[in-house]
Design a protein around this ligand. Structure first.
Ligand code: C5P
Length: 229
């Protein structure tokens, strides 16, 4: 039996996380946060001292790949709607959600052997129930036969504004210029890498959320999925 899969791809800060969570709750589907997988590998590779060099040697790439294969990663949904992300027995959900780890993630995500090592885990998540898959290559590489595909984007400036607001709300310091630069650098790496670059699938609905609120984004995507289903 195969279960429905909805893919939502696009850059960080376009609103994918929020809309994916709402869709998963509304439809009773599981949620695959594929960005978290790359963030985990990025964080662990950094902690192991493997991301120090500007360009990664063959040996370092082999070490990062081996490290990726050795990780036991589990997504454990809580009643609150949050998801615990447990790596080798430790919940890292809080630790991976910052721009620094996002930068590490986009470095390891450019390595084909790392992407390959994470493929089976992602595909297997569609074996048990309907799935909302959040990422960069969900519709193009991981689930090319998905039932509905969306590419949710927004200008880098709008995404930086949102990130600043989020940080301020959490009582944290926010430097707009630094955040914008970091977003632009990450976009550049994600869109121009040779393997699984971030781009819309040919059959995806492309939605620009720069001047939309979260309710409008949710309503439009839900309507699109219902038309597809
Ligand atoms: O979506 P999020 O910001 O958590 O993703 C972190 C990084 O992981 C991205 O900048 C990208 O480099 C990488 N990524 C990826 N493919 C995915 C999801 C994320 O390459 N499917």
């Amino acid at each position: 039996m195969s279960f429905p899969v909805i893919t939502i791809d696009g850059p960080s800060g376009a609103g994918k996380g929020t809309v994916c969570l709402r869709l998963a709750q509304a439809l009773g589907y599981r949620l695959l946060d594929s960005g978290a997988l790359y963030r985990i590998v990025g964080l662990k590779a950094f902690e192991a001292g493997l991301l120090n060099e500007l360009s990664l040697t063959e040996q370092v790439v082999a070490d990062i790949t081996e490290l990726t294969q050795s990780l036991d990663i589990q997504f454990l949904p809580r009643d609150t709607g949050d998801v615990d992300i447990v790596v080798n027995g430790v919940n890292v959900a809080g630790e991976i959600r910052n721009e620094t780890v996002g930068g590490y993630a986009s470095k390891v995500a450019a390595l084909p052997s790392v992407r390959e090592a994470l493929l089976a885990l992602q595909k297997n998540m569609a074996n048990e129930s309907g799935l909302i898959a959040d990422g960069r290559d969900m519709g193009t590489v991981v689930f090319p036969n998905a039932d509905a595909k969306v590419y949710l984007t927004a200008s880098a400036e709008a995404r930086a504004d949102r990130r600043v607001a989020q940080l301020q709300q959490a009582g944290e310091r926010a430097d707009y210029a630094a955040i914008l630069t970091s977003i632009q650098e990450r976009d550049e790496r994600d869109e121009n890498r040779s393997v699984a670059p971030s781009k819309p699938a040919k059959d995806a609905l492309v939605l620009d959320s720069s001047s939309m609120n979260a309710d409008d984004v949710f309503a439009q995507i839900k309507k699109f999925c219902q038309q597809k289903g």
